[in-house]
Design a protein around this ligand. Structure first.
Ligand code: ADP
Length: 488
């Protein structure tokens, strides 16, 4: 059987998603793994464990479907940074995008007045989240790393680069534009590694991979790899941009929201970069010669708030049960949960804000609390979307959704009500791998244009707003009053 293989390398699991030529999933394999938390604020990934999970799913796929793979594509957790030698051996665990160990470096950069320059070149705000400060840390803390780097013996990569290096036996040392745009070293206007930034972060340029379009013939798997043959790698993108492309959000204003652990909202803004102050600007999947940008806003606690209700408060047994409980009551009895567990992100950016449950009265039961938690996810998305509309001066009339929590019908209906717009949920919510499938299928000339991809009918469900405007306004006002109490 001929098929296309998409590797989706995520923060806590690796998946292999197999597609037929029509873009239908024919097999799916997933292996979860644990991250490493050596001390407070430190988050790492053991690369033996990550590669173990990769080999597990690849073996499973090869056993099930055989090796008649037309092409491979990769979606990956972004920003996570790896220092490795020419044999592909890592010198240290991967430093996860979630790791805060370089907070002190970021503070220093801000004190030195670099914020505006870095935002103007990279579209990013200074934060330990992005790769550059992690690279600096690795070079200056891993024994002998600096010496070896000066002898041109070491490389840096994000997960896409590392996996390609691994699967090609060191022949491919490349990354794609979406991943490069999250390093804080890539100039998104000039489309090149930025010399001034490389100097500030003290990174020799040879250590960084060649940057390619997302749709590109990156090279071939090695005969020594698990595939035991050469298979072309034809598409690569960071997971959030891959999902934006999976929704085929290619027109200016097209917006997707992924409801996973956190919520990631990306809006395609075409080829002009606006001066956004509170949002990140990033490069969209590059499927032809043109470069397009997206603005990105995120909500830190979304699905994880539901997990918290389940694991910490024991109010629900499964995440999906939250829907049933929320629907048992007509409202939250004015209760709001502000999930500022690690401060609040856009548009508040208050890292000291405190989590809160407000307006508790005797009549409040667990159904109200569960409903308040789900609504809190939606209010946060509302705040980010309002910011996007305000800063870009564009109208957004619908959003495309995916991610585990988007299965919750109450959540999606309430989101349509709060946003006052259509919420469109595809039947297949695996949009990240679908985006990569599109890249590989274009690379193989199975499809020749975006229009052809858009013409494929895929079933979806649309949620339409259905809430009296006054009620909506009062709810949002109540949310903002609750947030004000949480801010420091
Ligand atoms: P990630 O890729 O970020 O790990 P997923 O997209 O797999 O996350 O979504 C998992 C998250 O969504 C979990 O935090 C879980 O609590 C939440 N979740 C899953 N199903 C539901 C549901 N039906 N209702 C609400 N939340 C859900």
């Amino acid at each position: 059987m001929e098929y296309i293989l998409v590797i989706d390398q995520g923060t806590t699991s690796t998946r292999a998603v197999c597609y037929d030529k029509l873009g239908e999933v024919i097999y799916f394999s997933q292996k979860e793994y644990e991250q490493v938390f050596p001390k407070v604020g430190y988050v790492e990934q053991d690369l033996n464990v990550v590669l173990g999970s990769l080999n597990f799913v690849l073996k499973d796929v090869l056993n099930k479907l055989g090796d008649n793979i037309l092409g491979i594509g990769i979606a990956n957790q972004r920003e996570t940074t790896i220092l490795f030698n020419k044999e592909g051996k890592p010198l240290y665990n991967a430093i996860s995008w979630q790791c805060k160990r370089t907070n002190y470096l970021c503070e220093q950069l801000k004190n030195n007045g670099y914020e505006d320059m870095i935002k103007a070149k990279t579209g990013l705000i200074i934060d330990p989240y992005f790769s550059a400060s992690k690279m600096y840390w690795l070079l200056h803390n891993v024994p002998f790393a600096l010496d070896k780097a000066l002898k041109e013996e070491l490389y840096f990569g994000t997960m896409d680069t590392y996996l390609m290096y691994y699967l090609s036996d060191g022949k491919i040392f490349k990354t794609d534009v979406t991943n490069a745009s999250r390093t804080m070293l890539y100039n998104i206007y000039e489309k090149r590694w930025d010399d001034e930034l490389l100097k500030i972060f003290d990174i020799p340029k040879y250590m960084l991979p060649e940057v390619c379009p997302s749709k590109h013939l990156y090279g071939y798997t090695s005969k020594n790899s698990i595939f035991k043959k050469e298979i072309p790698i034809l598409g690569v993108a960071g997971d959030q941009q891959a999902s934006l492309f999976g929704h085929l959000c290619t027109e200016v204003g097209d917006t997707k929201v992924t409801y996973g652990t956190g919520c990631f909202m990306l809006t395609n803004i075409g080829n002009k970069i606006p001066k956004t102050s509170k949002l990140l600007t990033t490069i969209s999947v590059m499927y032809d010669d043109n470069i397009n940008y997206a603005v990105e806003g995120s909500v830190f606690f979304a699905g994880s708030l539901v997990k918290w209700l389940r694991d910490n408060l024991g109010l629900i047994k499964t995440s999906s049960e939250s829907e049933d409980l929320a629907l048992k009551v007509d409202d939250t009895k004015d209760v709001y949960i502000v999930p500022a567990f690690t401060g609040l992100g856009a548009p508040y950016w208050d890292k000291d804000a405190l989590g809160m449950i407000v307006n508790l009265t005797e009549g409040v039961n667990k159904n109200h609390l569960v409903r308040a938690a789900l609504e809190a996810i939606n209010y946060q998305v509302y705040d980010v979307l309002e910011l996007v509309k305000k800063e870009l001066g564009i109208n957004i009339s619908k959003i495309y959704v995916d991610g585990g929590a988007s299965k919750n019908n109450f959540l999606m209906q309430n989101q349509a009500d709060i946003l006052k717009m259509q919420v469109i949920r595809p039947k297949n919510i695996e949009k990240t791998s679908l985006g990569i499938f599109y890249l590989v299928a274009l690379g193989l000339n199975i499809y020749s244009s975006l229009d052809q991809l858009k013409a494929i009918k895929r079933s979806e469900k649309t949620f339409y707003e259905n809430m009296p405007p006054l009620k909506r306004d009062l709810l949002i006002k109540g949310w903002h009053e609750a947030v004000r109490k949480a801010l420091k």
